[in-house]
Design a binder for this molecule. Sequence first.
Ligand code: SAH
Ligand code: SF4
Ligand code: F3S
Length: 496
Amino acid sequence: MEKTKTVYESEEFRQMLQSASAMKEPPEKDGSLRQAWFLHRCRGIVAGREKELGRKLTFLVVTFGCQMNERDSEKLRGILQMAGFVPSQSEDADFVLYNTCTVRENANVRLYGRLGSLRPFLRKNPSMKIALCGCMMQEKDEIERIRRKYGYVSLVFGTHNLYRFPELLCSCLLSDRQIIDVVDKDDSIVENLPAERTYAFKSGVNIMFGCNNFCTYCIVPYVRGRERSRQPEEILREVEHLAEDGVVEIMLLGQNVNSYGKGLDHEVSFAQLLREVEKVDKIQRIRFMTSHPKDLSEELIEVMKDSAKICPHLHLPVQSGSSRLLKLMNRHYTKESYLDLVRRLRESIPDLSLSTDLIVGFPGETEEDFLETMDLVRQVEYDSAFTFLYSRRTGTPAASMEDQVDEETAHERFDRLLALVQSIGRKRSSRFEGTVQRVLVEEINRQESGLVTGRTPHNLVVHFPGDESMIGTIVDVLLCEAHGFYYMGKRVADAS
Ligand code: SAH
Ligand code: SF4
Ligand code: F3S
């Protein structure tokens, strides 16, 4: 895949690194200066190993799960690169880090499969280090399993101490023992660590961490901790730096962006934050996820309606169309209030694209409940939808509910729902055929090198003739033919 890599380090961090390099001992106070000290130390260790081996040390970070994890991985890669490691395309690397997810059982199964497949590389390169971090590492049972069965894993850390990665990396490089450092709770937000961006022209920006909603099926609040928002000034500073660095599209990230700002000394709403972000000159497109329907305000609808930069696409997970199940899921809205919200959104933003998440087979789901979901999907006509089979997560309230749906019934419903969302999605996504859209060019087409691939504001994928020089620019493209979920197009200048 064609990707432009860039390591972004803030001026603040660069200065910290400089001051840290003059200190004999690490600062005792936790925070970015202490981490800068350890990063400096890592650089020395990596440079020493390089000399011994006569080659650069390589790393690979593999991400499982959601955009939040993707963003965390960019930070981890940024730190590894600053420590002196160079990126590897395969798992045959000196340092392999898996950033894990545990939202559904199969995420865990995949991780262990992948971990097992690392053994041959380890045999070939005994000084290879394998590290695990992320959501799954916040679960005690998994830590026990790794301790017992995966002795060859060198380092394990969780979601709350990710910012301490330079320090943990340093210990790991100096020790042959397995290091497990997972804490249950850490409410501090450490700013200014470096990050590597997968794309030069677009970036995720965390606006908040954790989740307070406790949907009864979901493990995220247990592994990511309580909701905490970043200060708006810090977010704006990051967005401004990114814009200066060539970023034109940002995605504001949080488990429930609509409750952004609660608990800050000076409370700010998400809509207010968006208004500020919009003022950053060079940013041309703003996206955000995820929006919880229960907290989506009129003010946000207004801001979206008035904005030239906020993309007309909203991911609005509904989970189920049965008000009875929504109550059991602790979602705080009904089928009717969700449909009303969709109606208000579409009234204000007529062209809006909607996507969603749906769960099939939640405990107690009857055929009737399921038909309510099918009905809601027909009424809303989503542009796209992620459908999930309910997965029982130990420790969540739904795991101990009675009437768990048997697998066969759940699969059968899943197939019916998938067929429906796909046929509606195909139809909806074709509605722009024959129109000209502004397309942000993201990469050279993966199959055909004479084509480039980009996205419209509605988040639709378009392939059209072009070359590498167009990557990161926004161009007018005529969407000639709709092919299900993507288009073939022509640049308007070449279209006649
Ligand atoms: N915070 C976001 C979603 C985070 S998890 C939100 O509330 O929308 C992403 C999706 O995974 C959820 O929307 C849900 O559809 C799905 N999911 C979460 N827990 C699940 C479980 N136990 N089984 C199946 N799907 C689940
Ligand atoms: Fe999970 Fe609900 Fe929080 Fe989303 S809002 S992360 S589904 S608990
Ligand atoms: Fe998975 Fe953690 Fe995201 S559990 S979905 S990676 S918040």
